[in-house]
Design a protein around this ligand. Sequence first.
Ligand SMILES: *Cc1c(COP(=O)(O)O)cnc(C)c1O
Length: 380
Amino acid sequence: MPDLPSTLPTSGWAAPGAGALLEISLGAIAANYDMLNARTGSAICAAVVKADAYGLGARQVAPVLEQAGANVFFVAHLEEGVRLRAHVSPRARILVLHGPMPGTPRDFTGHDLCPVLNSMEQIADWRAHARRAGSPLPAAIQVDTGMSRFGLSLVDVETLAADPALLAGIGTRLVMSHLACADTPTSPANAMQRARLLDMAARLPEAPLALSASSGIFLGPDYHFDLVRPGAALYGLTPDAARPNPLHPTVRLRARIVQVRTIGAGDGVGYGLTWRASGPRRIATLGIGYADGFLRHGADGGCAWLGEYRLPILGRISMDSTTIDVSDVPDAVLDATTHVDMIGPRHSVDDVARCAGTIGYEVLTALGSRFHRAYLPQAA
Ligand SMILES: *Cc1c(COP(=O)(O)O)cnc(C)c1O
């Protein structure tokens, strides 16, 4: 099983000075890919690795996804695509969601990157680039089916349909759109966007269609079309907060206990002394704070875990430290403990997000580069 081991590996952890340790399970990411790929049948299962694979490291994650069978990757920016090129095989297709900014089309062809064309301006740029190149150039076309974020409007699509020369030299490899409410299966926006995609695609050159990211995959086969684009689900985030998460967790974050002390009734903790003890408490100071990307808003109702002991966060999270209540932990256990879980078997990324009033996506992508990182390999 690709689940995270319950014990800290003893080798490869030469980081006694690190304030926190981030374990990333490449095996769990590969298993999540397998699961999504199986669930989407004959549709191509692409992999979204923008934002450095949601903070987990595209350099390490992308080759594992490719080995699991992914050969289409999505990033947001040109620079992300250029960096990713070095970590996947020449066969892998890399699509750049934001498309070519003025002056960049040559960089796309130079690095074998495929743009997603979102506007008439980007289409004109790519058409001019193909004319200069003297050969047709592949691209994906994005249409806006209701989210009002990226893609061609219905008027744009009608303009293209009326004048096919506007797409001269553009080899349309994919027509795609993006769902605004996929994590709410009951939202009528989902079916509406699906119908608009079909309507708009019928006016464009025939090409494979794509609509769904992680949550859309779980709306069912009607939403899979020819290609799906999961990101979050690969990294273990829940596709639907109202149901049990079918995916494997991929990260574990352990914070170092730097100091333990006993405080008495009336003593305050942290900036602003916003928490005060009503009686004697044992408290521990951890080497993790908001400068590590551990969101400051997560203090209220947030906690760490040590085995089955829930350890509430006390007062405010500082830049480099967080204070927790360890009064329930027997002394012998505490004496033998160097680290506690901030994200782990009892406390998922989605749980941390709920405490911080945000979403798992933000928690993951915020986790900074300050942690000591360990990549757990795939099981042999
Ligand atoms: C980020 C993104 C995805 C991946 O979304 P998840 O919810 O993380 O699966 C897919 N498609 C587009 C257009 C995106 O911007």
